[in-house]
Design a binder for this molecule. Structure first.
Ligand code: FAD
Ligand code: UDP
Length: 371
């Protein structure tokens, strides 16, 4: 008997929404379900006091891939926002990412050569040839002082692990520059969608059946009967009933506050890089869109270890988890009628542009190239 839908898409985040949009354009019948009560997954915004509040943390779109940039620009107009977070270490303010402004404030150096000499000097003391972990990687990139003040405390709070137990790739996300350039990203294109991210997802899902507050696992058999294929963007270990053990994730608690003032911190993102402050950063949302509302909304971000029932935000890609993930991935690769994708099903530290890329790749495998 023909099933009601061609695709059941589990997750109304960016991966699921791109898939649903493109498949629907090809006249495939899709049903998108999400266990949350809204669409958009982690890029969802809520309008509070006329401000688009990034409910699940600061989201800045950035990419160097022109095709992905053109793709996302179909759905929204992007503003000129450039992410330039600052770090607050016990009341001392430093520019991020690590650049000549940071080096000058910390050491008084003025030229790139002076900064390089200083880092080289600090690196020598630790005789690191090939960095084996995040601590060694950080010291060899920026020296001990920056590691101590701007990396160690923040990273240990964020990941709940010592920097010697973390993979070095995490810190390689951040540029190190010997220019006076505070742009957090090296990418060619960057911005925030005017009016927030919801506009994008609403357009993607405009002609698609969507059921919210609906968990795939609440009635798995029923959902599996509804469609020829499943696109699964939830946690891959949950899909397999944790049979090889639980993958670890980092969770976050976001505490939002409305303040009766126009400008709280003068910047969208301020990182608290000491170990003692319990949150990692404070976001002041209006600055993403250069807002001049009378009030302001801020969010403090508190990291925590994930346990079943919590929201999983970051995969912890260390050796233990990579080995377990591989077992799940081997099963996933054998599935004929399930497509896995997105940050949770691929268990990868994807940014939004990666997710779009992988969704278009998955669609290309189904329907022929969309690139
Ligand atoms: P998600 O957005 O997580 O969507 C998956 C959806 O599936 C969720 O809505 C979930 O409720 C649903 N789901 C899961 N299991 C089930 C189930 N069993 N039944 C029904 N529904 C289910 N990227 C950037 O490019 N720039 C940034 O500045 C940036 N900042 C970030 C900050 C934070 C704090 C975090 C956590 C991420 C950030 N990202 C950023 C990454 C970005 O959020 C992701 O790349 C992207 O949103 C992932 O999309 P997704 O569809 O894979 O997953
Ligand atoms: N990081 C740090 N100090 C900072 C900002 C970042 O040590 O002030 C490290 C930390 O380990 C973090 C990683 O760099 O997990 C990547 O930072 P990014 O801002 O890309 O993290 P995300 O926005 O994905 O949470």
């Amino acid at each position: 008997m023909a099933k009601k839908y061609d695709y059941l898409i589990v997750g109304a985040g960016l991966f699921g929404s791109v898939f649903a949009y493109e498949a629907s354009k090809l006249n495939k019948k899709c049903l998108v379900i999400d266990r949350r009560d809204h669409i958009g997954g982690n890029i969802y915004c809520e309008n509070i006091e006329g401000i688009n509040v990034h409910k699940y943390g600061a989201h800045i779109f950035h990419t160097s891939n022109k095709k992905i940039w053109d793709y996302i620009n179909q759905f929204a107009t992007f503003n000129r926002y450039i992410n330039s977070p600052i770090a607050n270490y016990k009341g001392e303010i430093y520019n991020l990412p690590f650049n000549m402004n940071t080096f000058n404030k910390l050491w008084g150096v003025i030229t790139p050569q002076e900064a390089k000499n200083k880092i080289e000097e600090q690196k020598k003391e630790y005789s690191i040839n090939i960095p084996k972990n995040l601590e060694e990687q950080a010291i060899s990139l920026v020296g001990f002082d920056i590691y101590e003040k701007l990396i160690k405390g923040y990273t240990e709070k964020q990941w709940g692990r010592s920097t010697i137990d973390l993979p070095s790739f995490i810190i390689k996300r951040l540029p190190v520059r010997f220019t006076y350039d505070n742009n957090y990203f090296d990418d060619k294109y960057q911005g925030i969608p005017e009016g927030g991210y919801n506009i994008i997802i609403e357009k993607m899902l405009k002609d698609v059946d969507v059921k919210l507050s609906t968990d795939f696992f609440s009635d798995r058999e029923k959902f599996e009967m509804m469609a020829d294929k499943i696109v699964f963007t939830g946690m891959i270990d949950e899909f397999y009933n944790y049979k090889f053990g639980l993958l670890q994730y980092r969770s976050l608690e976001f505490k939002h506050e409305i303040l009766e003032k126009e400008n709280y911190q003068g910047n969208a993102v301020v990182n608290y890089t000491d170990r003692e402050t319990p949150y990692t950063r404070i976001i002041e949302h209006k600055h993403f869109e250069f807002g001049n509302q009378e009030k302001t909304v801020i969010t403090k971000e508190y990291p925590s270890e994930w346990k079943v029932g919590d929201e999983p935000y970051y995969p912890v890609n260390d050796d233990r988890n990579s080995n377990i993930f591989k077992l799940y991935k081997d099963l996933a690769d054998k599935e004929k009628n399930v497509i896995f994708g997105g940050r949770l099903a691929d268990y990868k530290y994807y940014d939004m542009h990666h997710v779009i890329y992988h969704a278009l790749e998955a669609l290309s495998r189904e329907f022929g190239s969309l690139f």
